[in-house]
Design a protein around this ligand. Structure first.
Ligand code: GCV
Length: 721
């Protein structure tokens, strides 16, 4: 059909199209594209150089994964170079070649490459070559190459060999079947179970693509507080639809297994792992799952923890439970990730010690396809924790890391807190398990105790919000988690810089300003929430805002008062030999360092010591003043973020600039709330005046106690609580 527009209509139409185009332009900056925006290279010389170097590419092979590679390269190169790119099928004159024929690469030994690894080489004669033994490796190499362009790197002398340090790089979604997301702050779960398996939301592909771009190769779709229904045929069909979609991106699907599933969906009377009927049920269930999903990754299990059923309900051990599931999965190559996040109500022992006490004696008793998943610290994803003493303590058992990407205790989706420095602090911590030079990173990549099974999990911060993560800056945590799971040696700053360049652009001042903000944001948040080793001071249930006075919960160790132990004398949990003796769960010399008031780094002081209010700190201030100093510095630092961000107005699209501005204002209000509430509360013990340098709270304690109760609908709350 042909339309004819008279002249004035035509020019109006052109105007309309122009307006529409610019509207689309600003819509495109709503954050949905994450770090894969592929905007045209800003630097004209770089652009010219890249255009000259790459105007055609070829990809060996013809499979769903190679199709993804081709379309990613086309999308990336056309976007970044704003020019036409040829896909050269006959392979003759291409400048960018992707191949699996590694043997042909001169001076290179195939054994240098892991299955998912790749090389990227450039030479004047033959252009650029990306090679890997697998198609997934080629996909990773593709994203790496595009990242080089996105961050405007030189590509003339490339000689990159890149292998993942950890094999299982997994997101854990705490997503429920009703689409709520436990500790999720970015809307609802992206899994639309109701419409699956027929309706495949475009988000699923975009999710897989984003994950592949940072090397994530596994996803646990469901909450560890599990629902057995996910294991029924009706749901397995839905899981299969997702697994089929994720497969060409190298992503395996895993599920959470509710330990009592044989009773709930199997009609058995028991879930006792030593019962033959129960074992048979799981064996058949595993077989059934693999009939839907031949490359199913395995189970993640939370058992006998926070009310979840488990082997101890039948007087059995965690090893008995894990091994039963492991045996069911063994014929198919699946694994069990058994969580060590356990603590008991009946146990009078320091909560920080319970997981170690429970699991260490089980070392060596697990089947070889079981890996114990341990949170980064011994309590529960607090703003800062010393590393979990189980890292290094179970030499005969593979142990994997569980980080939290979603910011349950770290400002949720209203605060900018870049977590890579925290991940790094933990990964780089020396456990001394085999003497000096035994960092956590080496425990979890399997190299310290020579385990082939190894992994890192991160509790996802992804939801239905248009920008995926709620806070635009929280995308950096998803990105950083992926990059560090691939290579724990990258620095937090390097990762921040990559992310900023790809997410906002390459302009120098903007890059350094945002990187500076990100890099100090974690320490800042600790300062205004839980300085000097304090922890778990959050309000109850949703953990949003301060509630250090909470002492009425049914379990002692759910109450903030249990964790800070403030009294007239001082504050902090005595975990020294004279106290709970948790220090002795660490190897020497750490146990000695943590046992000593003087040697313990001040960042962990109140974690390990009960310290007098008037005790002198390194700064020469007394503890009470130091607390005030930290809280006030946190606030001052947020004010600096606001100024820094304001200085970038005009260099970032208005939409995201405004969003972050508004959120920084909320962050400032929340920081002040934290300082005022905590200092007012702790003053009832210290009975000392607020220090001069601290802005005096204008409200009394009753006000803050009421305020804590005024947010019953804060997001992310456990639906059952
Ligand atoms: C999934 C903390 C969280 C819970 C979470 C639990 C866990 O207690 O508040 O929401 O439950 O950790 O990791 O199992």
């Amino acid at each position: 059909m042909l339309f004819y527009f008279p002249r004035p209509v035509k020019s109006k139409l052109i105007l309309f199209i122009t307006i529409l185009a610019s509207a689309i332009q600003s819509y495109a900056e709503n954050g949905y594209d994450l770090w894969l925006r592929y905007q045209k290279i800003e630097n004209p010389e770089m652009l010219a150089h890249y255009r000259e170097t790459i105007h055609s590419f070829s990809v060996e092979g013809n499979s769903p994964t190679t199709e993804i590679i081709k379309s990613e390269l086309e999308r990336g190169l056309i976007g970044l170079l704003d020019t036409t790119i040829k896909t050269d099928e006959d392979n003759s004159s291409v400048q960018l070649k992707l191949t699996r024929s590694i043997d042909e690469i001169e001076g290179f030994a195939t054994k240098e490459l892991h299955d998912e690894g790749y090389i990227i080489r450039s030479s004047n004669l033959s252009g650029i070559i990306i090679a890997s033994p697998t198609e997934i490796g080629l996909l990773y190499g593709t994203f790496h190459f595009l990242r080089l362009l996105q961050t405007q790197q030189e590509i003339d002398q490339l000689n990159i060999i890149d292998n993942p340090k950890v094999d299982r790089r997994i997101l854990n979604h705490w997503d429920n079947l009703d689409r709520t997301s436990e500790r999720g702050y970015a809307g609802f779960s992206i899994w639309d179970w109701h419409k699956l398996p027929v309706y495949l939301d475009k988000r699923y592909t975009d999710y897989a693509r984003a994950n592949a771009s940072i090397g994530i190769n596994g996803t646990v779709l469901t909450n560890v507080n599990a629902n057995a229904l996910i294991l029924t045929p009706q749901y397995l069909e839905k899981v299969k639809a997702l697994a089929d979609l994720f497969r060409p991106y190298g992503i395996k699907v895993y599920l959470t297994a509710r330990f009592s599933a044989p009773i709930e969906i199997g009609g058995l009377e028991t879930a006792d792992p030593l019962e033959k009927s129960v074992q048979k049920w799981w064996n058949e269930k595993a077989k059934e799952i693999y009939s839907y999903i031949p490359d199913f990754g395995g189970f993640l299990v939370k058992a006998n923890s926070e009310g979840q059923p488990g082997p101890q309900n039948y007087g059995r051990t965690h090893a008995d439970g894990a091994n039963m599931l492991a045996e069911a999965l063994q014929p198919f190559g699946g694994i069990v990730m058994w969580r060590a996040f356990v603590y008991s109500n009946e146990e009078p022992v320091d909560r920080a010690m319970q997981a170690y006490n429970e699991f260490k004696p089980l070392d060596g008793q697990f089947e070889n396809n079981v890996i114990v998943q341990v949170k980064n610290g011994p309590i529960d994803f607090q703003p800062r924790e010393p590393f979990h003493p189980l890292f290094g303590a179970m030499p005969q058992t593979p142990v994997m890391m569980e980080f939290q990407i979603t910011q349950e205790y770290l400002g949720q989706a209203t605060q900018m807190v870049y977590l890579a420095p925290m991940y790094k602090e933990v990964l780089d911590s020396d456990t001394y398990a085999k003497g000096k030079g035994s960092p956590v990173a080496k425990v979890i990549d399997g190299s310290l105790f020579e385990h082939d099974l190894n992994g890192i999990a991160g509790v996802a911060n992804i939801g239905t919000d248009i920008n995926w993560t709620g806070h635009p800056m929280a995308q950096s945590n998803w990105y950083a988690f992926g990059r560090l799971t691939w290579n724990s040696e990258l620095t937090a700053r390097t990762i921040a810089e990559e992310w900023v360049r790809m997410t906002f652009g390459n302009e120098g001042k903007m890059v350094s300003t945002i990187c500076n903000m990100l890099m100090s944001s974690w320490e800042t948040s600790i300062n205004y929430m839980t300085p000097l080793g304090l922890n778990h001071l959050m309000a109850t249930g949703h953990h949003y805002g301060p509630g250090p006075w909470v002492d009425y919960l049914p379990r002692a160790d759910w109450n903030p008062t249990y964790f800070h132990r403030a009294d007239k004398e001082g504050v902090g949990f005595d975990r020294t030999e004279k106290g709970s003796n948790a220090v002795n769960q660490y190897f020497s010399p750490l146990s000695k360092v943590f046992n000593s008031r003087k040697k313990t780094p001040e960042k962990f002081l109140l974690w390990f010591h009960h310290v007098k209010w008037d005790d002198k700190m390194k700064s020469d201030r007394i503890l009470w003043e130091e607390l005030g100093w930290k809280y006030q510095s946190g606030i001052n630092e947020v004010r600096t973020f606001i100024d820094q961000w304001e200085s970038l107005k005009g260099s970032i699209d208005d939409e995201r600039h405004q969003q972050v501005s508004m959120l920084l204002q909320i962050q400032l209000d929340e920081a002040i709330w934290w300082k005022d509430a905590c200092m007012t509360y702790f003053q009832t013990f210290s009975e000392m005046p607020f220090p001069d340098f601290m802005v005096t709270p204008t409200k009394d304690l009753e006000y803050f106690k009421k305020k804590e109760k005024s947010t019953p609908y804060a997001p992310g709350t456990r639906p059952q609580w």
